[in-house]
Design a binder for this molecule. Structure first.
Ligand SMILES: Nc1ncnc2c1ncn2[C@@H]1O[C@H](COP(=O)(O)OP(=O)(O)OP(=O)(O)O)[C@@H](O)[C@H]1O
Length: 299
């Protein structure tokens, strides 16, 4: 079942076209990523989906066409600009947000869920970056939504806090919540998302699974290793899978297609060469983005 349907969305700020004909759908139960560089129009797009901005044209249907209070009750939103007064205690924030809903989640359970049970009396200003992000997730979930939109959730977090947040998002999905995740981190999108929309300059350039997007550029692979002893390059060059062989000192770099790694290791074994530090370089989402747009996501 489609829980979000966005068709031909367009939004202009004065003379700047931020979102230009964006269309995608989000299926129930998936983690759907909106990935693109800074300023690509991701936040504007999800703000239109959440009913927080009115698009100039195009349509957004959430859960079959909910709007107003019904939409608010089913859609949890965590925005990039999220901030609370520094003196507000964690429990006060949850209590306040719970009062916005007719039926709300048990916030004590929710606090345990996001790992903040021992911080319930801590003022917001004294929480770490990761704790603030986890609180913002708890607040997005307080109305027991069926869909949660999380915008740049892990920006500014250290690698461990980021991984903890990813785990939390996976658990929330296990509970049946559909998640729309806005990010400009490729690794986050690659590890967490079932499908993604790649957005550049207000336009969707592709929608697919991370593996599907990467496979668009994966035709050429690179294998590197250190050779144990001298050998004739022809051993590798003559393989049908190999398109190029180059050397820097003892380091050998082989490019090619198909089952390149197997072809190389088999040929080297027959030539009695033991490859050390054997590595295969996989294409990344950044490579996919580069081949689709001519630029990199990461600056
Ligand atoms: N309220 C606004 N008024 C004018 N321009 C805006 C406004 N909000 C966003 N923009 C501009 O619209 C473009 C898209 O912004 P948006 O925040 O949607 O992008 P984004 O992909 O979410 O980027 P980021 O990751 O940096 O937040 C940017 O060029 C931004 O400067």
């Amino acid at each position: 079942m489609k829980v979000i349907e966005v068709s031909n969305l367009r939004k202009q700020y004065r003379d700047h076209l931020a979102v230009d004909d964006v269309s995608f759908t989000v299926e129930e139960g998936e983690i759907f990523g909106v990935l693109g560089p800074n300023g690509a129009g991701k936040t504007t797009t999800v703000e239109c989906v959440a009913g927080l901005r009115v698009p100039d044209s195009g349509t957004v249907r959430v859960l079959g066409g909910l709007s107003g209070a019904k939409l608010k009750n089913q859609l949890g939103v965590q925005l990039q600009s999220f901030m609370l007064p520094g003196k507000m205690r964690v429990w006060e924030a949850l209590d306040l947000y719970a009062s916005f809903y007719r039926v709300s989640a048990n916030w004590i359970t929710l606090l345990e869920r996001v790992g903040l049970a021992d911080k319930r009396n801590t003022p917001y200003g004294k929480l770490s970056g990761g704790q603030r992000q986890r609180l913002s997730i708890a607040l997005a979930l307080i109305g027991n939504p069926r869909v949660a939109i999380l915008d740049e959730l892990t920006t500014g977090l250290d690698p461990q806090a980021r991984r903890d947040t990813w785990e939390l998002i996976r658990q929330i999905r296990e509970d049946g919540v559909t998640i729309v995740l806005v990010t400009h981190f490729m690794e986050e999108a690659e590890r967490l998302c079932d499908r993604l929309a790649l957005i550049d300059s207000g336009r969707v350039v592709a929608v697919d699974s991370p593996a599907g997007l990467i496979s668009m550029v994966e035709r050429q692979q690179t294998v590197t290793f250190r050779r144990s002893r001298a050998f004739d390059d022809a051993v590798l060059r003559n393989l049908t899978e190999v398109t190029g062989v180059s050397r820097t000192g003892e380091q050998v770099t082989v490019t090619g297609t198909g089952n390149l790694l197997l072809a190389i290791t088999t040929a080297l074994a027959s030539a009695d060469v033991v490859p050390a530090d054997l590595r295969i370089e996989q294409a990344t989402l950044d490579d996919a983005f580069l081949s689709l747009t001519g630029k990199k996501i990461s600056a």
